[in-house]
Design a protein around this ligand. Structure first.
Ligand SMILES: [Fe+2]
Ligand SMILES: [Fe+2]
Length: 473
């Protein structure tokens, strides 16, 4: 087992101490990172002890240590899944050649762009979620929020390590800029739209971790296939942590649904708002908003960038080994086109459809989460069933952004869309109502009115554990 040496300033399993120049560059970046955390992270909770897991090894079993830590003292480290034997490139034009240990010169810019785009999402989400600690529905949930936050911070470290060690001076400049862009700042925004959307209530947070972190999972899965081996191994380890983020989202929404179902049963179908819960239709509108916004993160349906990244062996499909022809050279994809106000079918070269292939893999995964929510309704004997909006609904990027579609994906005219919008997407009133419920619950083992307790606590601990130690007056 490769244990991490925590006596070093930057815990790592990449033998950082053997590269003094790199170590110094990262040690120079580190205080800027801490400043960033203290100014735009969950700032008001920096002095509180939080029951957190910290990565201490890359072993499948026992990779994490749980204990109380103040967040600014969290040991953000650099961990790569170790290399196993000779690694070959698994797809694209270089298939079968040795994987790259150094950046291939011809692909340097593309590779840097992929790493920077991934890296930018990590601090962005911490910024989006920075005030949620104040309104946590329980200490258990507050702890989960902070766990997600510190791990997104570690994912930033992972990308910064790659930029510093493989991209020289422009890599260091990009690493600095990752701390300079700000989510939602009109002059200096984060790169991707979803990461500039405000995330100001806990239903948004749960939808975000369900849908947007799951986009992250699929991006990481496709980068974990990369022919640039340090990137592949970095992403493999990030996926280990990412699973918990999606757990937080999926179960957070499920517990919200469960609470509503309980109240519907108790009060014979009356408006649950009277009892401080969230109507199922309103939850569906939040689901529609955050899922469709996350669909955009995969990019345009037909994309020469995606073809280039695949051809070059930089970004594959998720679970590439399960795909048929890894060159994807003479294959076509049956693409549904939105052309001049009509849906038509067209055969697109498969390499140009890689964004859509990944989005389809993602949608399948999302659907399982929605089915899980429906089982909550089913068990409670409530008729309502959640649906995942169609990939054409409410898109801002790609060809479907040129038209108007209902959540089932049927084309409609703009007037109909505008008239029905409030049924499909959260209205200002919905958001205000959800916001009105965001009252903190800070007694261990207690939960806010709108959410059910979890089935069990974290790491075998009781649900009543004081997961965050808040100062008491
Ligand atoms: Fe992440
Ligand atoms: Fe995440």
């Amino acid at each position: 087992m490769t244990q991490i040496d925590y006596s070093q300033k930057i815990p790592n399993n990449v033998d950082l101490s053997s590269d003094k120049r790199l170590q110094r560059a990262l040690e120079k970046w580190q205080p800027n990172y801490i400043d960033w955390w203290k100014s735009v992270g969950p700032t008001d909770f920096n002095e509180n002890e939080v029951y957190l897991r910290t990565a201490v090894s890359v072993d499948r079993d026992g990779w994490a240590h749980f204990g109380y830590v103040k967040m600014p003292e969290y040991r953000w480290g650099i961990f790569l899944t170790p290399r196993e034997g000779e690694k070959k490139i698994g797809f694209g034009d270089h298939m079968g050649e040795d994987a790259w240990e150094q950046v291939p010169g011809e692909y340097r810019n593309w590779l840097r762009r992929l790493i920077v785009t991934q890296g930018d999402t990590e601090p962005a989400s911490v910024e989006q979620q920075r005030l949620l600690g104040h309104t946590a529905p329980s200490l258990y949930d507050m702890r989960n929020l902070f766990q997600v936050n510190v791990e997104e911070g570690r994912h930033l470290w992972a990308m910064v390590y790659l930029l510093h060690s493989y991209f020289g001076r422009d890599g260091r400049e990009e690493a600095d800029e990752l701390l300079e862009r700000r989510s939602g700042n009109p002059d200096h925004p984060r790169i991707l739209t979803t990461f500039n959307e405000p995330c100001e209530d806990w239903l948004s947070f749960f939808c975000f971790t369900m849908f947007t972190d799951r986009d992250g999972k699929y991006q990481l899965l496709s980068l974990a296939e990369s022919g640039f081996d340090p990137l592949a191994r970095t992403c493999q380890f990030m996926l280990t942590e990412e699973a918990h983020h999606m757990f937080v989202g999926q179960t957070g929404v499920a517990r919200t649904i469960q609470r509503t179902c309980e109240l519907l049963n108790e009060h014979d179908g009356k408006d649950v708002r009277e009892y401080g819960a969230i109507p199922l239709e309103l939850i569906q509108r939040y689901v529609n908003f955050w899922s469709s916004s996350s669909y955009d993160l995969f990019g345009a349906e037909v994309s020469s960038n995606s073809a280039n990244f695949f051809r070059a062996g930089l970004k594959g499909r998720a679970y590439e080994e399960k795909q048929g022809d890894h060159r994807a050279l003479d294959q076509v994809f049956d693409m549904e086109m939105w052309d001049d106000g009509k849906l038509t079918k067209e055969e697109v070269p498969l390499r140009n459809a890689m964004n859509e292939v990944l989005r389809e893999q993602y949608l399948e995964d999302c659907l399982k989460g929605v089915e899980y929510w429906n089982r909550v309704c089913e068990r409670a004997g409530i008729d309502f069933r959640f649906t995942l909006p169609h990939r054409r609904f409410h898109r801002q990027i790609g060809m479907y952004s040129q038209g108007f579609f209902d959540p089932a994906g049927n084309p409609i005219d703009e007037a109909t869309y505008e008239a029905r919008k409030a049924d499909w997407l959260p209205s200002a009133e919905d958001r205000a109502y959800v916001q009105s419920l965001m009252k903190p619950e800070r007694r261990p083992g207690h939960f806010a009115s709108w959410i059910a307790p979890p089935a069990k606590g974290i790491n075998g601990q009781p649900v009543e554990l004081e997961y965050v130690k808040l100062a008491r007056n």
